[in-house]
Design a protein around this ligand. Sequence first.
Ligand code: SF4
Length: 481
Amino acid sequence: MTGTFLGMPPFPEAAHDAVNNAQLRHNLRKATHTIRGKRAAVVDELDDWPQLRAAGKAIKDHTLRHLDRYLIQVEEAVTAAGGHVHWAADADEANRIVTDLVRATGERDVVKVKSMATQEIGLNEALADAGIRAYETDLAELIVQLGDDRPSHILVPAIHRNRSEIREIFLREMAEWGEPAPADLTDEPRVLAEAARRHLRERFLSAKVAVSGANFMVAETGTLVVVESEGNGRMCLTLPETLISVVGIEKVVPTWADLEVFLQLLPRSSTGERMNPYTSTWTGVTPGDGPQDFHLVLLDNGRTHVLADEVGRQTLRCIRCSACLNVCPVYERAGGHAYGSVYPGPIGAILTPQLRGTASALDASLPYASSLCGACYDVCPVAIDIPEVLVHLREQVTEQPGHRAERAAMKAAGWVFADPSRLSRVQRLAGHTRRLIPKRLPGPGAAWTDTRNIPEPPAQSFRDWWAQERGSDGSPRRDDA
Ligand code: SF4
């Protein structure tokens, strides 16, 4: 993944400021609650939602099991339709391929369709290093780019900004990137959208090269699919002469009939709409219609590593709807930046440490960025058991060097719980020494007690109370009878 976020502190430290930022918390709460309400209403309309969800899960699992076969099918179909397919093992290779392709056109500017894969590999930064300017055309991505900011939500990357902040960014930055914002710009959504539209129009009309991702790739025809709400994606996908699509290898679905399932699951789960306003599909090159040079960059970047993990591989079912973010109590308070990745929220907490590994303090902290309440699993349209993967990853983190105290504590707890008489003796001891137990732990335990008190053991354990009330054989005392 991109190094853009590397060097960030672990999740608890990064979340600290966000949790204390009342404005940010207000923005996040308002936005996530609005979207989650819309999602719940449109999902409730469908009697067969559980069946659709099960179908989405089954199609993804089947495809992942036979991914090699379906990817070859995609390559053959795209090539037969006049496109070119490139395989990228990691972010560096993908960035190099795209940069070389843009250079070969002689262009210095590209327009972009909102794409998580290109953010993941840090494509804009790589292009900038090569003297190529990438223009984001999705409204929220535009706000993030103009504000020299980082995205904080999968669907609404500028969710942490309110209207007046967006107005200030437009007034300050638009002129540097093209058509300036009008001087009398207000913070009305309609006015802000109109300023963005004018700003982007000259980009669409002058761009010769576009870069996109794709929500899905249909193996049987080699067709790529982008679903969106604004129409900016369709402009990028149809007007330029060259189109370069960077797509994660897990985005493939076998047939158009399979696609039908996801075109119902995705818009309801993401924007709370029955159907997304724009669905664009393209297959290689069509003479006289749309881009005449098409390149598909198939991106691995850690995905085959995820696929090899029996518990973790379900993460690759994700269709990036962001429903899990909108119901997560941790995301709602910590915001997206604390996750240190383009994938925030519950999906980020499981995807990022699998793609990047857990060697850094930040990545090792992500599996703990959850209360394990399970709300994310309930809303996930492809039934990814996020809590299960979180616990699985925590296990892997604690097996790394540097967790000696934690391992020793767990071993001791296991020894105590393995024998009822041991447990009883430890409970009695804790009851007698309860006044001596500190409220905060020193050393490695300090992080745990920074945010909570150690519960005070009761003076008398339940077992002792029971024996006192009922006798050691559990029979009622005679005066109770
Ligand atoms: S994990 Fe599930 S709910 Fe979250 S973004 Fe992916 S598909 Fe959507």
